[in-house]
Write a protein that binds this ligand. Structure first.
Ligand SMILES: Cc1cc2nc3c(=O)[nH]c(=O)nc-3n(C[C@H](O)[C@H](O)[C@H](O)COP(=O)(O)OP(=O)(O)OC[C@H]3O[C@@H](n4cnc5c(N)ncnc54)[C@H](O)[C@@H]3O)c2cc1C
Length: 234
């Protein structure tokens, strides 16, 4: 369906949220994704379509996607997206995906986000804040630097404590630093036998964390993943 760009929020130097007005209401569950088709001149070999998690909550009339502009060699798709002006149109596919909150509200949850992999959790947090529903969530969020942290106001609104791990921190950073590992998730995530561990982020990071968690004794069926191909690092 046609989706008209309504406005853009600048979150950091490289991360923006694009808000679209859909032609008809876009029905989705927090955590699902859509495919955006953005025709543009001289597309590179990566083409004119991309999958994006819907970063907004289903409670909103507009829907948003949140994405990053690569410092080196941005694709023509990203160049076209970041050049869009309010009123410009793209095409959005029906929402899909099963990286959504479990039906059983009592299930303890450990959420792990790597960089822009935060988007499905942001949609869930916004939905929880808007509906007043409570879930038992331990949230870990890994980013490269303090400047890459986004959506902190939503964590507060949804009453979610974030354990933030900074890859390359400034000297002033007093929290966790270095690479986010399965050990960190176990130490701070408090994974009980009935918990589900949701991991979202770059493909490589997800594979490593999933394998290491399973090696450390977490059951395979406890780990739910959402990988973002196209990003090699946070
Ligand atoms: C289910 C799902 C949900 C997703 N949700 C999101 C989301 O919420 N937000 C989001 O940002 N992404 C999301 N993605 C990933 C998204 O679809 C893109 O793959 C990603 O944003 C990278 O975009 P891009 O290909 O335009 O590359 P860019 O963002 O332009 O670049 C990414 C990296 O690839 C390098 N690169 C660029 N061109 C090439 C090339 N031709 N060959 C090799 N390397 C190149 C760049 O230098 C950069 O390091 C999701 C993917 C899936 C499958």
């Amino acid at each position: 369906m046609k989706a008209t760009l309504h406005h853009v929020d600048t979150l950091t130097d490289s991360i923006k949220t694009f808000w679209f007005e859909p032609e008809q209401p876009l029905r989705f569950t927090a955590g699902q994704y859509t495919e955006l088709y953005l025709p543009h001149d001289n597309p590179d070999d990566r083409g004119e379509r991309r999958w994006f998690t819907i970063s907004s909550s289903p409670t909103k009339e507009l829907f948003s996607i949140t994405t990053k502009y690569a410092a080196e060699k941005p694709s023509t798709f990203k160049q076209a997206l970041f050049a869009m002006q309010p009123g410009d149109q793209a095409d959005a596919a029906e929402a899909m995906g099963d990286f959504v909150l479990p039906k059983l509200a009592q299930t303890p949850l450990v959420f792990v986000a790597g960089g822009i992999g935060l988007t499905p959790f942001h949609s869930m947090f916004e939905w929880l804040a808007d509906t007043g529903e409570r879930r038992d969530i331990n949230f870990l969020y890994a980013v490269r630097s303090e400047d890459d942290i986004v959506f902190q106001d939503t964590f507060e609104r949804a009453d979610i404590h974030a354990t933030i791990v900074i890859g390359e921190p400034s000297p002033d950073w007093g929290g966790l630093s270095g690479r986010l590992t399965a050990d960190t998730i176990q130490n701070y995530g408090n994974i009980s036998d009935d918990a589900l561990v949701y991991i979202s982020g770059p493909e490589g990071m997800i594979e490593t964390l999933k394998n290491d968690l399973i090696k450390a004794g977490v059951k395979k069926q406890q780990v739910v993943t959402d990988d973002f191909p196209g990003y090699t690092s946070l």
